[in-house]
Each structure stands twice: as structure tokens, then as C-alpha cells.
Ligand binder design. Sequence first.
Ligand SMILES: Cc1ncc(COP(=O)(O)OP(=O)(O)O)c(N)n1
Ligand SMILES: Cc1ncsc1CCOP(=O)(O)O
Ligand SMILES: [Mg+2]
Length: 216
Amino acid sequence: MPRINEEKLRDALKVYFIVGSNNCVKNPVQVVEEAIEGGITIFQFREKGKDALEGHEKYMLAKELQAICKTKGIPFIVNDDIDLAIELNADGLHIGQEDEPVMNIRKKIGDKILGVSAHSLEEAKIAIKNGADYLGLGPIFPTKTKEDAKEVRGTTLIEELRANGLDIPIVGIGGITIDNARTVMKAGADGVAVITAISQSEKILETTQRLSENVL
Ligand SMILES: Cc1ncc(COP(=O)(O)OP(=O)(O)O)c(N)n1
Ligand SMILES: Cc1ncsc1CCOP(=O)(O)O
Ligand SMILES: [Mg+2]
């Protein structure tokens, strides 16, 4: 199988929902089902941080969420955990700058979708050269979800990459809500990645629908 077509990926990245059980007020399975109903276009399983599931429990939740995504045609991406991504035959993996080098990961996952976090033009160029399919840039706005997040950059890095002719698919991440999503798209992103905006909403379906309307 060839690597995913860039335009298809651009479309898939529009409403990117990321979650782990510890981000959810309700049952994560219900959260993901409602978010899919509301119009998310891609999903990332990110089970990390305080109270995160481990071992068999983590595996079983990932498997259940993957099955739900599969029936609805939503790509299922695993955060950080390459072994889990390979074991589940996930659609892709998202890694950061602290993880194994992009080139090694690309060799291990073959043609699966590979997302890489970047915090500078330099990091972005290296990630692209070594096989990233898309970039996650952030935090765009202040976030409480990631304790070790880098400095807030607004949309400046998205604009800098586009001004330098980088046309790789990009998602903005960090503090993105219904109200500021449009700003991120206007800066040149192909999509927005959110955790809190959807997972902590009291009305997940409606929130996701409204977020989608501001992005699509
Ligand atoms: C779509 C997307 N973009 C960025 C990130 C952040 O990845 P990373 O910097 O590796 O941090 P953790 O999420 O692993 O804490 C992401 N997960 N997804
Ligand atoms: C994983 C990650 N990477 C940069 S910011 C962030 C957290 C995004 O979560 P939220 O949408 O709740 O701000
Ligand atoms: Mg990571």
C-alpha cells in the first residue's frame, strides 16, 4: 500500500479529536461515539498522564475505540506507543520530538499515517525530510491538558511554515475551541486538534457539530 494521499489526509485532519480515559468526565467509549456522531474526522488514542490506564486495560480500551472508529470510517491514530500501534494495526501513529527518531519510526510502521509534533521551522523541515505525513503544531493557545507543553506561539509558526513554502498537512493544537478554531484555519492549518473542547463538554454531540461548522 502506498502512503496516504496528501489531499485525502488534509480532509481527514479537519476535526481531529484526541482523548484518553483520564480526559473524560463520562465513559470514554460514549465520549468517542458522540464525538463521531458530531462529525470528528480523525481520532487519536492518547492514554497518558495522571490516572492513565496501563497494560491490559489500556490495550482493551484502545481496541474497543479502534473498533468503533472502524465501523464509522474514522482513521484511528495511536499517540506515542509504537508497539500498540503495530499490535493493533492502527491507521497511524503520532510522535513528538522526544520520541524515537522519525526516520526509525517510518521504517517500523511502513506506509501508515505518521504525525509529528514540531515547534520550529527547523524541526518541521527535518520531520518532513524523514517521513512525516502531517505536522501537529502547538500549543497555539494556553492549555491545561499538557503539563510539559512548550511555549504558546499563537498561529505564528503555522504562518511561518506556510510563508516558507511548506505545504505539508498541518493541524493546530492546544487550547482550541469553537470560538478560536477559525483563526487557526485562516492561518493556514488544514485542521484543528482538540482534547478539552470536546471531552469536557456537557453536550459533546452539539459541541462537535459547532466545532466542525467553524472548520469545514
Ligand atoms: C495532532 C497532535 N499534535 C501534537 C501532539 C503532541 O505530541 P507530543 O509533543 O509528542 O506530546 P504528547 O501528546 O505525546 O504529550 C499530539 N499528540 N497530537
Ligand atoms: C497534546 C498537546 N500538545 C500540545 S498542546 C496539547 C494539549 C491539547 O489539549 P487541549 O485541546 O485540551 O488544549
Ligand atoms: Mg508524544
